[in-house]
Design a protein around this ligand. Structure first.
Ligand SMILES: Cc1cc2nc3c(=O)[nH]c(=O)nc-3n(C[C@H](O)[C@H](O)[C@H](O)COP(=O)(O)O)c2cc1C
Length: 411
């Protein structure tokens, strides 16, 4: 079977993907993969890239709320989005697991109908049909992997940092029409941030965090999801108070980074500390675990050992944007896609270069790295990569599908 990206026929009969709040994605599906907020790095081209590879939820870099609402310059440099950046995924309902026996390249349209007819409160009436926009936003396969698979659109969260509730609500109001929720940064450990009363400083200000969630809800309505991203704390009572306060005002989900504010990212993450926080939540809202997720097995271990609903990766995705699709290292097509997306959206050279250095790290010997790091323009970088056999011109020739499941469009 040859994949012709111009031929949309196999996808034409798909229903419109469900658009769900992140909280429901986390509650209803077995595996929910999240791109962490990354200052300078989780910008539009990279978010779009990872959403081609089974990353269901993406997050902007931390946006300083006060600056964002005050300055047009900050708004332009801190946030850009595209109608196309979210992915479209087949997702497996919780509890059903992925039924490997039913995986088949020859799944039939009846499976789609069966799936459409399956009972379930969240399934929309299938009156409209999904007319795929240009092929970037197709689900990985035209047929669902299992009879239970549901077609779901990905979600985008804006992360913000603020020392007070009013500035946060001002900034949230500006960004809300373009995102699927707001995440409050309670984890940035940098000294300047702490001094400004943002990030980790909020870990010991539970009333302020609750006030922030409440103020944003008052401004935008309770339908607008507000989540928090926290770090674990040396003092378990501090985590308990923070979590209970946030739950009391209707936080939508909680992400837990399993390092304390004093622990460097070189120290291993503590799964028991994440589990402690998850247990405090008592299932009242879903939870996401973060820290040291470098391969799919790490995500499975996190889910198993902590009981979280979703898993978030930061440096793992920088090193390998296709991590959640089961690739052990960055595949060539991810690099090609990244170069094309950066070109389409526009990306400043320093960030473009840095992302490629992260992605190619595992593929280069030291002298190559030195050479690559010294390249000084996009033209030089693209020339270099083309010389190594990368192809930025021919339409996609390779499937973007889960290699770990051994299931491929091109089989
Ligand atoms: C380059 C970089 C930028 C980061 N920026 C943010 C940020 O804007 N907001 C935030 O909450 N955490 C930020 N973090 C922390 C990550 O989101 C994540 O919590 C941390 O790296 C642990 O995950 P990991 O072990 O998968 O890397 C950043 C981390 C890195 C490496």
């Amino acid at each position: 079977m040859t994949y012709d990206p111009e031929d949309e026929t196999p996808w034409a009969a798909l229903p419109a993907p469900e658009v769900l709040p992140v909280q429901r994605m986390l509650e209803e599906f077995d595996v929910v993969n999240v791109l962490a907020p990354l200052v300078r790095c989780s910008k539009l081209p990279f978010r779009h890239l990872v959403s081609l590879y089974e990353t269901h939820v993406t997050t902007t870099p931390m946006i300083l709320a006060e600056e964002f609402s005050r300055s047009q310059l900050a708004r332009v440099s801190d946030f850009s989005t595209s109608a196309n950046e979210r992915g479209v995924f087949w997702m497996e309902p919780r509890g059903r697991g992925l039924d490997f026996a039913s995986l088949s390249l020859d799944s039939h349209p009846e499976d789609v109908e069966d799936a459409a007819a399956a009972p379930g409160p969240s399934r929309p009436p299938h009156k409209t049909y999904y007319v795929p926009p240009p092929h970037t936003r197709l689900p990985p396969t035209a047929t669902p992997p299992t009879k239970h698979s549901r077609l779901v659109r990905g979600a985008l969260l804006a992360q913000m940092a603020s020392p007070n509730a009013a500035s946060l609500a001002d900034a949230a109001e500006l960004v809300a029409p373009h995102v699927d929720g707001l995440d409050i940064n309670c984890g940035c450990p940098q000294r300047w941030a702490y001094a400004e009363g943002i990030g980790c400083a909020l870990l010991r200000k539970p009333e302020l965090v609750a006030d922030m969630v409440k103020t944003v809800h008052d401004r935008l309505g309770h339908g607008f999801p507000v989540s928090i991203k926290i770090r674990v704390d040396d003092d378990p009572r501090a985590t308990e108070t923070l979590v209970r306060n946030a739950l009391a005002v209707g936080v939508s989900h909680i992400t837990i980074h399993g390092r304390t504010r004093h622990q460097a990212s070189t120290e291993p993450v503590s799964l028991p500390a994440i589990k402690f926080a998850v247990d405090l939540v008592r299932g009242e809202v879903p939870t996401v675990a973060n820290g040291d997720l470098w391969e799919l097995a790490d995500a499975e271990k996190m889910r198993r050992e902590t009981g979280v609903n979703g898993t978030m990766a930061a440096r793992g995705l920088l090193a390998n944007p296709a991590l959640f699709a089961g690739y052990a290292t960055t595949p060539q097509h991810a690099v090609e896609n990244f170069v094309n997306l950066s070109d389409d959206y526009g990306f400043i050279f320093s960030l473009f270069h840095r992302h490629l250095a992260y992605m190619l790290e595992a593929h280069m010997y030291k002298p190559e790295k030195t050479y690559f790091n010294a390249l000084a323009s996009s033209v030089q970088v693209i020339d270099y990569l083309s010389g190594r056999g990368l192809d930025f011109v021919t339409p996609r020739k390779v499937p973007m599908w889960d290699a770990s499941r051994g299931y491929s469009l091109l089989a």
